[in-house]
Design a protein around this ligand. Structure first.
Ligand code: ATP
Length: 305
């Protein structure tokens, strides 16, 4: 069983301040708690997959600063191979400034820093991890040409590609045709297809529109409603595991990491989506992004609040 998963994407340091209310332009407010957490969709998904038993190699780029050092150390602590983690001496490491108000609403500003200079040449220069992996998992917090180049190399080597299209943007046909699986949430599916998902018919229409663009399989995640799997052979709505959510941050990242592990182990898509629903449901019962990702042994237990 080859569980090698190549994750390519962003790594950030999340700096979180809780506050009663958001400042208006020009206003300063005194916040409450301050937390520094590792984040970035690429790193979150790499950690999600590693905790569930995936052998993860992560390609990302940090600056040569303290956040970069801490980010690398954190990846190593999670058992992730960092041989292809790069450094850009001219850029800071990626940072997200997150403000959370007393209603749990957040407002986020991301400075991509070195994530923004992870180039196509950086990624395709590292052909060994492509050759050795079972599948490739990517998101869209690194430059799109890098994602396209990685997808084309993976395709040439016969590897399956999962793309979590977040944050959503228009995608070139050559990328869509290369994908084994695309995993938008509802709003991302809407941006990709132009179809507002308001009911079961529009959900199916959006999934069909993605298949028509050449993607082989589609999973649209539906938050507390679970996930919708559409393959050329049929469609199935897999309800979420019922639980009491505490913090849904990075539920999608845990879901994608879990999907990658299940598929790399040879599970069928339907079983893989059920596995991902279960992992993501555990993550929403806990605070934090990477901190909330479950370990493999936890998935055999019933999910309770
Ligand atoms: P995020 O941006 O918060 O990481 P997302 O918008 O990418 O998430 P969602 O569709 O909100 O993705 O959630 C991903 C998956 O997480 C869902 O398909 C489901 O399996 C699980 N999930 C999310 N919210 C809940 C919930 N309240 N209860 C149980 N499972 C949930």
């Amino acid at each position: 069983m080859n569980r090698n998963i190549l994750v390519i994407g962003s790594a950030n340091t999340d700096m979180v301040i809780t506050t009663k209310y958001f400042p208006r332009p020009g206003e300063t407010v005194m916040g409450e708690q301050f937390l520094i957490n590792p984040g970035g969709k690429g790193a979150n998904q790499a950690v999600g997959a590693a905790r569930l038993g995936g052998q993860v190699t992560f390609i990302t780029k940090f600056g040569t600063d303290l956040f970069g050092e801490q980010g690398r150390a954190q990846l190593l602590r999670e058992g992730i191979a960092t041989d292809y983690v790069l450094s850009d001496p001219d850029q800071p490491s990626g940072v997200a400034l997150i403000t959370v108000d007393e209603h749990g609403e957040n407002s986020i500003v991301v400075a991509p820093g070195a994530n923004g200079t992870l180039s196509a040449a950086d990624v395709t220069g590292a052909d060994q991890p492509f050759a050795e992996c079972e599948l490739v998992l990517m998101q869209l917090e690194i430059p799109l040409p890098t994602v396209v180049a990685a997808a084309l190399l993976a395709t040439k080597l016969g590897k399956r590609i999962i793309l979590n299209p977040a944050p959503a943007q228009a995608l070139p046909d050559e990328l869509l045709r290369a994908l084994f699986l695309i995993t938008p949430n509802e709003s991302e599916a809407e941006i990709l297809t132009g179809i507002a998902i308001i009911d079961a018919d529009s959900l199916e229409a959006a999934a069909q529109a993605l298949l028509a663009k050449g993607v082989k399989n589609v999973v649209i995640t539906l938050g507390a409603e679970g996930a919708y799997l559409r393959t050329p052979a049929g469609a199935q709505h897999l309800p979420a595991v019922r639980t009491q959510p505490v913090d849904t941050t990075a539920a999608g990242d845990v879901f994608n990491g879990a999907l990658a592990v299940a598929l790399a182990e040879g599970q069928e898509l339907l079983a893989a989506v059920a596995f991902a629903n279960q992992a993501a449901a555990i993550s929403v019962t806990r605070l934090g992004a990477q901190a909330s990702a479950p370990y493999r042994h936890e998935l055999r237990q019933p999910v309770t609040c």
